[in-house]
Design a protein around this ligand. Structure first.
Ligand SMILES: [Zn+2]
Length: 86
């Protein structure tokens, strides 16, 4: 049995964004974006994406990327939890 190994292209992203709670502090977050070069990963024209195409897409995605968790730990502790008061 043949095992096909597809090349994965990864792009580490680190961003420093202002804390969403508005305290003025900055939060630093990172992620790794990735896409695999394979025959089913196609562009808008239906052609399999090249490694260069994927790198360009990952770069664009990195520009748009914003961390989900953009509240620093100190603010998380004091932020209302949203649960009903007892
Ligand atoms: Zn904060």
């Amino acid at each position: 049995m043949t095992t096909y190994r597809f090349k994965e292209i990864t792009l580490p992203v680190t961003k420093t964004v202002p804390c969403r709670a508005g305290c003025g502090k900055k939060v630093r977050r990172s992620t790794t974006l990735s896409q695999t070069v394979n025959p089913w990963n196609k562009d808008a024209d239906g052609n399999p994406k090249s490694a260069e195409q994927i790198r360009a897409e990952l770069k664009a995605e990195a520009e748009r990327w914003h961390p989900v968790n953009d509240i620093h730990p100190g603010c998380l502790d004091t932020a209302p939890t949203g649960s009903a008061a007892e």
